[in-house]
Ligand binder design. Structure first.
Ligand code: GLU
Length: 507
């Protein structure tokens, strides 16, 4: 590639960032890094009616949690600043005007009531949402129908107007998508999209083309939902005389619901109990909180790996990739055309894999907040031993508490029923005498505790099957956890004896 690769992620800050959005960031980022190029973050906030407090900051936070830092952005600045479209307002008008002057666009003065009347009168069963297009253009109030002179008078008189693209009749717009190959559009089916609004703000369609041009974007990757807008954008590149600078396009496949039927939505996550947003998002208007992957206890590295595989593979069976490997191996030509089904169980599998790959010291840092949240104050040395014992049982970060709480606090015995039926005087006598013998265990270690337990058990005529499960329930509260003698070693002789005696009392 001769030109330096420049890609962009261009979100509209309207709410939480869906995992599909983060995957778009990731593919942009990997492509840029693979080619030694630059990754730009541009905030597309020209639609003031959709402005949502906090949504822009949330995007920055998500990107930094994922480690996908842009090279240029509103926060970082860069040679093409400003990177927030609302701050570039003045630069779009001249292009709208240029398009009108060249006959590729026109002024339209239709009021909301007139637009409504047009839609109502043309609405049929076959055409439930009539468009403003070549078929109705000449019946509306615009510079095509009224002529330029009359239109200029209206403008001079302060009549509000928008600028619309004039979609040509009977043309094919063709472009080569890097994933889909050649894509064709019939211009008769595309409406005369608004390019500049009455408030002087461009719409997304004009702004995206002008900014991709001004910012020297070489490749534009975005979700498949933008494919229907592609003919408008391609015509604008052509009409503005920039077509030789037009980026290469790739429309990324949708992320589908687990059953493969339709696009994965925030509501699917709520219905099926898994996150769909990268991080917690609190809607400032409704106060509704949507949980994110981060807060659910996913590691950012795992999240990245989950996302990259939703639509791409390297052609082998490999599933776990470091960021360095991804940068080296990623190519758009290996992105699938078809949608990728989201599988939450598989997502958890990745997180489990990443937890196992961490060092115990790293896990201490990750687990600590979850332990501290329960009012536990512990040392790193103790926590490191705990994480080593339980990490293979941990899939999400909160599991470090769920699977390890009994190392820190006397547990409530929730599964007493599992041993109550078979409880008898013989077992009681055994546990009592064993718990009273701990002074004689000189080194309180796993092996010594186990040896003492086995000796006492045999002396009392009992077998492992009789007493191991009761011991576990006494120390843990339930039928889970790592080796029971490891637990005894960690909590110490006094606490072990206490837990046994307390359990005997309720049996
Ligand atoms: N602002 C659009 C969005 O919100 C960007 C689409 C594009 O990348 O062209 O997704």
């Amino acid at each position: 590639m001769s030109n330096k690769v420049r890609v962009r992620f261009a979100p509209s800050p309207t709410g939480g960032l869906h995992l599909g959005g983060v995957r778009t960031v990731l593919y942009n980022y990997l492509f840029a890094k693979h080619h030694g190029g630059e990754f730009v973050l541009r905030i597309e906030d020209t639609d003031q009616t959709r402005y949502v407090e906090g949504a822009e900051q949330y995007i920055y936070d998500c990107l930094s949690w994922c480690g996908l830092e842009p090279d240029e952005s509103p926060l970082k600045g860069g040679p093409h600043a400003p990177y927030r479209q609302s701050e570039r307002k003045a630069s779009y008008f001249q292009y709208a005007k240029q398009l009108v002057d060249a006959g590729y666009a026109y002024y339209a003065f239709d009021t909301p009531e007139e637009l409504e009347a047009m839609r109502a009168s043309l609405k049929t069963e076959a055409n439930p949402t009539p468009q403003y297009d070549g078929k109705v253009r000449m019946q509306m109030r615009n510079s095509e129908a009224l002529g330029m002179e009359a239109s200029q008078k209206l403008i001079d008189a302060g009549t509000p107007y928008v600028v619309r693209i004039k979609m040509p009749q009977d043309e094919q717009v063709v472009f080569t998508d890097m994933i889909r190959g050649e894509v064709h559009f019939d211009t008769n089916l595309v409406d005369d999209k608004v390019l500049l609004k009455a408030d002087g703000m461009p719409t997304y369609h004009l702004a995206v083309v002008v900014d991709d041009y001004m910012m020297g974007i070489t490749h534009a990757f975005r979700g498949e939902e933008w494919l229907p807008s592609a003919p408008v954008h391609i015509l604008l590149w052509k009409y503005l005389g920039w077509v030789d600078k037009m980026p290469e396009w790739a429309h990324l496949p949708l992320i589908l619901k687990p059953d493969g039927h339709g696009k994965l939505s925030k509501r699917d996550g709520e219905r099926l109990g898994f996150p769909v947003f990268a991080m917690n998002w609190k809607d400032p208007k409704t106060g509704d909180l949507t949980q994110g992957f981060r807060e659910r206890g996913f590691l950012p590295e795992a999240f990245i790996n989950i996302l990259v595989m939703l639509g791409w593979n390297d052609g082998t069976e490999q599933e776990i990739f470091s960021m360095e490997e991804l940068i080296q191996k990623f190519s758009i030509s290996r992105v699938h055309k078809g949608g990728a089904k989201f599988d939450y169980e598989k997502a958890k599998w990745y997180n489990h894999q990443y937890i196992q790959r961490k060092t115990d010291a790293e896990l201490v840092a990750l687990a600590k907040p979850y332990i501290a949240a329960h009012g536990v104050d512990t040392t790193d040395a103790y926590l490191e031993k705990v994480v080593a014992l339980i990490k293979e049982r941990c899939t999400l970060l909160p599991d470090f508490w769920e699977q390890g709480h009994f190392f820190f606090k006397t547990p409530e015995i929730t599964e007493i029923a599992a041993i109550k039926d078979k409880w008898n005087e013989q077992k009681k006598a055994f546990f009592e005498s064993w718990a009273n013998s701990f002074d004689s265990i000189t080194d309180w270690t796993h092996d010594a505790i186990e040896a003492s337990f086995n000796d006492a058990m045999t002396a009392n005529g009992l077998k492992k099957g009789d007493v191991l499960l009761p011991l576990r329930i006494m120390l843990v509260g339930g039928k889970y956890g790592p080796g029971v003698f490891n637990i005894a070693e960690m909590i110490g002789a006094n606490e072990t004896a206490e837990r046994i005696k307390n359990a005997i009392n309720i049996l």
